[in-house]
Write a protein that binds this ligand. Structure first.
Ligand SMILES: Cc1cc2nc3c(=O)[nH]c(=O)nc-3n(C[C@H](O)[C@H](O)[C@H](O)COP(=O)(O)OP(=O)(O)OC[C@H]3O[C@@H](n4cnc5c(N)ncnc54)[C@H](O)[C@@H]3O)c2cc1C
Ligand code: FES
Length: 410
């Protein structure tokens, strides 16, 4: 997150619910062909003043029962640059005031549900307080990852100095919105080894590439291949929640991919790319030609140079299976973690209440030295030590010696 953002002052939430009855009343009047009270609203829900007379009219082609409308505060309750979570009776929304104009959108981050009101509002963007996803306050579109989905926006107007939000009930409940996507219209013989776009890797980079192509209206074939046995999942969560299954970590289901004609080839390792013939070869000998190739194969943990590589129960954390095995095997045993940056320290934190003991080995004098500096590293080290974590710093592993061929044995 950049340091240019200014944090809005916290404000108290005062809510008045109203207007649903009015909406019911005018339901029968709606097909009059007149302009909606929201015709003056900008598509982002930015403020437009309207008269009482206007508010008796309903938007065309919208079933008013699908909408909720509530007066949520006085115009002066919010300063410019402030956000407030408000209740509309059947769900909450985030009300935003910038340059004298109000806008409203979902209040929860679609990534893991962080309260956006605790995030940072700056220059038409809200940044999530937990992992930094960024959303436009104009469209609700996601503009920076992590996360894949956008936020629904709601209409806002002011009547007699009251701020009124009108929201689609379903959008208010779901709190998220996928951008519309095209489908494949090319005639495909899936037995032929040709794809217009071939993506190596189904991590966030590969998946976002495939979804963005469909969101931009790409209608040719997209094939995405992975060495994984699962559909795309949230790899960063592995070190924070060792027991989560691939299903719990799933980013998109196979049904979602099928619905958008994104073909996923699982357990399919690419062993060669020939850019002259525009083709790749898979480990099983199959070949696939492509028009465009996107290589999103991620990175691998740095290999360690030590004796005793045949010792079992040593894991590089990359997959849900690795994480689950670590959690299972470390239970009431002595766990040793090599590496003192984010992944290593997150695993140490996750194991403190599971393992009999947790020891951490690092080549630096303190954890996080490169990322956060020595002072912060020292403070974090102390915190871990008070939670029974033992550090072996300025050290490297030269040999793994197992008992009965395994480590993690007491
Ligand atoms: C335990 C852990 C915790 C993390 N925590 C965080 C965090 O808190 N915050 C953060 O920002 N980042 C975190 N990261 C890093 C983050 O996961 C990566 O930056 C991100 O996954 C990179 O995405 P990617 O799509 O480039 O590659 P990856 O997610 O690594 O995906 C690579 C894909 O390429 C495929 N592939 C590779 N080679 C081949 C081949 N030859 N043939 C076919 N397919 C191939 C793989 O099977 C996989 O599908 C963490 C990583 C780990 C391992
Ligand atoms: S919860 Fe918002 S980015 Fe993760």
């Amino acid at each position: 997150m950049g340091g240019c953002f200014s944090k809005p002052k916290p404000v108290e939430v005062k809510v008045e619910l109203s207007l649903l009855e009015k909406e019911k009343e005018v339901d029968g009047l709606s097909p009059n062909g007149k302009a909606s009270p929201f015709a003056d609203c900008r598509p982002n829900g930015a403020l437009a003043h309207s008269s009482d007379e206007d508010s008796m009219l309903l938007p065309l082609n919208h079933n008013s029962r699908d909408f909720v409308e509530a007066s949520v505060c006085h115009v002066k309750d919010l300063e410019n640059g402030q956000m407030r979570e408000v209740d509309l009776g059947c769900g909450r929304a985030l009300l935003i005031k910038q340059h004298g104009e109000f806008s409203a959108m979902a209040h929860k981050c679609p990534h893991y549900g962080a309260p956006l009101v605790k995030g940072v509002l700056s220059k038409g963007h809200v940044r999530c307080p937990w992992h930094g996803a960024c959303f436009s306050t104009v469209t609700g579109d996601i503009e920076d990852f992590p996360g894949l989905d956008s936020l629904p926006t709601f209409q806002v107007r002011v009547e007699k100095d009251k701020v009124i939000i009108r929201a689609n009930k379903q959008a208010l409940q779901s709190q998220k919105r996928s951008k519309p996507m095209s489908r494949c219209s090319a005639v495909i013989n899936s037995n032929t080894g040709f794809s217009h776009v071939l993506i190596i890797g189904s991590g966030p980079a590969g998946l976002v590439c495939a979804e963005t192509l469909r969101q931009e209206g790409f209608t040719d074939r997209i094939v995405m291949c992975t060495m994984d046995i699962h559909p795309p999942y949230d790899r960063p969560k592995l070190s924070k929640s060792l027991e989560s299954t691939a299903e719990q970590l799933r980013l998109r289901s196979m049904d979602f991919l099928q619905d958008h004609d994104i073909e996923l080839l699982k357990e399919k390792e690419v062993v060669a790319v020939d850019v002259k013939t525009r083709s790749v070869t898979f480990e099983d000998g199959l070949r696939m030609e492509y028009r465009k190739l996107f290589i999103a194969s991620g990175s691998k943990p740095k290999p360690m140079n030590y004796k005793g590589k045949d010792v079992r129960n040593v894991f590089h954390l990359r997959t849900p299976e690795d994480a689950n095995s670590i959690a299972r095997l470390a239970n009431n045993k002595n766990a040793v973690i090599v590496g003192t940056s984010f992944v290593g320290m997150e695993v140490a934190a996750a194991l403190t209440d599971k393992a009999h003991s947790v020891s951490v080995i690092g080549i630096e004098p303190v954890p996080f030295k490169k990322a956060l500096g020595e002072k912060v590293g020292k403070a974090i080290m102390k915190l871990f030590e008070t939670n029974r974590v033992k550090f072996y710093m300025l050290n490297e592993v030269s040999e793994m010696i197992g008992q009965h061929g395994q480590v993690f044995r007491k």
